[in-house]
Design a protein around this ligand. Sequence first.
Ligand code: HEC
Ligand code: HEC
Length: 454
Amino acid sequence: MKRMMILAAAGTAALAGAVIASAAPPAGDNNTLSAKKAAAPAIAQGFDAVIARHSETMLEQGRKIFRYDTFGSEAFWGDALELHKAIAGAKNGGVGPGVSPKTALAVGLKVDSDALPAALKKQIAAGKVNLDDPATTIALLKLNAVVGVTAFTNPDGSVKSMGIQCAFCHSTVDNSFAPGIGKRLDGWPNQDLNVGAIVSLAPNLKPFTDLLGVDVATVKKVLASWGPGRYDAFLNKDGKAFRPDGKQAGTLIPPAFGLAGVDLATSTGSGSVTYWNAYVGVTQMHGMGTYFDARFSDKDQYPVSAKSGAWNTRDKPDRVTAKLAALHYYQLSMPAPKAPEGSYDKAAFERGKALFNGPAKCATCHVPPLFTEPGHNMHTPEEIGIDSFQADRSPTHMYRTTPLAGLWAHQKRGFFHDGRFATLLDVVNHYDTHLSLNLSDAQKKDLVEYLKGI
Ligand code: HEC
Ligand code: HEC
């Protein structure tokens, strides 16, 4: 805050005597392109300058929080679960064989190449770094190079604890250095991350067995059921570990990009983006914070959280609430990435677009360019032709119209909230049947090309 004020003051001072060139918009022309050209004067003044500086600060702080803030979650992942001990291994003051960089990459953890010193990069490239040694993992953690995980160390250099960040699940890397090692891609879901396998390594699973009232073997069975790219954010509320048909109950880790303008967040629309940030930060990452939602005190729908009181968490100190504004701001600043040139057929895309906006009825719900409804973007399970299991785990009992922009960037684990449709063609076939569209094979293909390009 203090820093922002100083920046704003400096900005204003610099303005004294500055010549401000401002192009007035052509009369009567209000289309977005020319509005953009005629955007704000080159240098803002007065409260405009305060807003501009605030925007910069929020973006910067939000990025830092999203990438590096553990919200005090080391009290859970380290102190309680002792996961850092399993990572370090017995040879480095922990327990068991430890987690080598190869194993870490195999369970989907990513390495930020920008955090690696040039000399180390050279050594890795030359094959001179032992990627089978957990000590190397510790070194990477100390460099803050493991995306979404931070280690805390003792004065003697041994690992004391560890916490996680939003980036753990909602960032990946571009693999520009090696598979799993590259530049950060904030907001892109980590489709390789096997959260269940990672948690399962914890020497102490008592926080889960106590909360859920089950034994360690059962907890491990549940954790093993999700597989890569999935996590269950309702388990510690309702205790429903599996669907009635015995299938896993996790949901896909979705992108955190492309959400500006979108009303409700998550597949079942429990609340807004900032609502969900508090939910996850406090009740899933187990950061220290405040979270209140009386809906989760319902004994019938949420026996676990009604009992644990997690619906009304008031941790002291609160290390989440003061970060929600900047975190929200940063998330809304992440655009959906554009599909790479050549990754879809352009002519088919155009034909698919016409179908999407017309006879295939997609745009009635997925309203472009948001691809969700401006307004209350929610539907009953019957409307979209799927079962109500996940909807009924949410306070809403409904599904949220998924914003589709950037769909191409997360195709690996299937589609819909749990990845039930393996391919986009499966999705289109589902709608074809459910909405009685009678699309031809060629039309279905065109729709798929459109979905790949938006
Ligand atoms: C352990 C993995 C994990 C972590 C850590 C995590 N999330 Fe998520 N996030 C998920 C999953 C899974 C969902 C989907 C939940 C659903 O649809 O019910 C989700 C949903 C979301 C959504 C909704 C996306 C949409 O399409 O509406 C946002 C926004 C989000 N998370 C932001 C965050 C932020 C910010 C943090 C850090 C405070 C965070 N998440 C930490 C796994 C995670
Ligand atoms: C009645 C509203 C409605 C209509 C009509 C509709 N959708 Fe959807 N769509 C939804 C909802 C709600 C979801 C979320 C389902 C879930 O997560 O289980 C969804 C999910 C999707 C997804 C999955 C996105 C992801 O990230 O997994 C795709 C793709 C999709 N719709 C494409 C289409 C296409 C193509 C059409 C037209 C043929 C269409 N939708 C028509 C409401 C609708």
